[in-house]
Design a protein around this ligand. Structure first.
Ligand code: ADP
Ligand code: MG
Length: 386
């Protein structure tokens, strides 16, 4: 249950928070491993997120407290900042550092965070805390950055201040997410379309395999290389800049140019997955959840067999989903090798699904997954409660 955040704030700071902000986590509904191939992703914001309660102070310090972590920090307002080891408050400090670098005038703040996103599970609690902080500073000090500028500066925090190499999808989806809409996004051009995605009497189940994601980075780099080889081979005869510049039909005519069978499998996934995203957008806006579910399963199978980034844990979740008649579709989401799967499940049968998948997975894998019930929620916003 969510703690009484305003009370917690008062206990810590002996005054009331003046403003409260919220930013969600995100999942990618479909379109996996194609962002670096010029393809389309289709993430949405989830109804789990990060709350930020704040009150200005006259002490020229930033005080940081999070109900999710024990460490607290009191850091003077100064001209520049560097990262403090692996402390959690590097994320908000990175945001503040960016504002100050741009000569924006800030004042000291007393801040309390609380997140109900499972941290470190691939649901982007990091983008959530970055974006909520950037949004809040922008509002509190009337800075006037656009939402897209807030997205880009939050990505800068993740990539440069924290030092993690990741794309823009996470910050974009937590900032631009909308209730009951998926975002069909090209991560290069940042062109996007908000797709009506009413899940009807279904919910979005998020199943965390609880498997540590060890392999992810090296395999990710390997896949990027393989896609570059595929592109090079196709460029012998095609004038394209990305694999996703062609569809499956065209690919079938030219795929003989790719002689390495592994590289051929990778390209086959990428191009078909990009086609699936477009079909999924149509299925969702037509309210055809059966078709959307079919595409989710097809995406998973392709990531398992052609792209080879799934693993026994994610496969076990999807295998169970297929046996449960209340599930329209399921797939791994994120880079793979662990992390989370998602499933579209009848709301009334969610508890039954949750118990079923926990039992099936625990029996086969030896430890339990965590299961969350979500909907497609709003992006970053100010809220008036707590
Ligand atoms: P993910 O983004 O998949 O959840 P990351 O490792 O990228 O995992 O980001 C998690 C980090 O983000 C945490 O270790 C912490 O530093 C920061 N963070 C996220 N949510 C909170 C929170 N509610 N309070 C404090 N720090 C948070
Ligand atoms: Mg993260």
């Amino acid at each position: 249950m969510k703690p009484q955040l305003q009370q917690e704030f008062s206990k810590i700071y002996h005054k009331e928070a003046t403003r409260t902000f919220f930013s969600p986590g995100r999942v990618n509904l479909i379109g996996e491993h194609i962002d670096y191939n010029g393809g389309l992703v289709m993430p949405c914001a989830i109804t789990f997120g990060t709350y930020m309660l704040v009150s200005p102070n006259n002490d020229n310090v930033f005080r940081f407290k999070s109900l999710n972590f024990d460490e607290t920090a009191e850091i003077p307002l100064q001209e520049s900042y560097i990262k403090h080891g692996t402390d959690w408050y590097n994320y908000p400090i990175g945001v503040i550092a960016y504002f100050l670098q741009q000569d924006k005038k800030l004042q000291g703040l007393d801040i309390l965070y609380y997140g109900d996103i499972p941290i470190g599970s691939g649901l982007s609690s990091s983008a959530s805390i970055e974006v909520v902080t950037a949004f809040a500073l922008n509002e509190l000090f009337n800075i006037g950055f656009t939402k897209l500028e807030l997205v880009k500066l939050s990505k800068w925090v993740e990539n440069v201040f924290i030092g993690l190499n990741s794309g823009i999808m996470d910050q974009f989806s937590v900032a631009f997410g909308e209730k009951d809409k998926a975002l069909m996004l090209n991560c290069d051009t940042l062109e996007y379309q908000a797709v009506d995605s009413n899940l009807g009497d279904n919910v979005l189940a998020i199943i965390n395999t609880n498997k540590p994601r060890k392999l992810a980075e090296s395999k990710y780099n390997e896949r990027v290389q393989e896609c570059q080889s595929a592109l090079k081979a196709l460029q012998q005869e095609l004038d394209i800049s990305y694999l996703c510049d062609i569809d499956t039909k065209k690919f079938d005519q030219y795929k003989h140019l790719i002689t390495n069978p592994t590289v051929l499998k990778r390209a086959t996934h990428v191009i078909a997955e990009n086609d699936r995203v477009k079909l999924a957008a149509k299925a969702l806006s037509d309210n055809n959840l059966e078709e959307f579910g079919r595409l989710m399963y097809a995406s998973h199978d392709s990531l398992r067999d052609l792209y080879e980034v799934s693993g026994i844990e994610l496969d076990t979740v999807v295998e169970y989903a297929r046996t449960n008649p209340s599930v329209a579709g399921a797939r791994m989401t994120g880079a793979g090798f662990g992390g989370c799967a998602i499933a579209l499940v009848k709301a009334n049968d969610f508890d039954n699904f949750s118990k079923g998948v926990i039992d099936y997975y625990t029996e086969k894998i030896g430890y339990a997954p965590s299961v969350y019930k979500s909907m497609i929620g709003d992006g970053v916003k100010e809220i008036n409660f707590l």
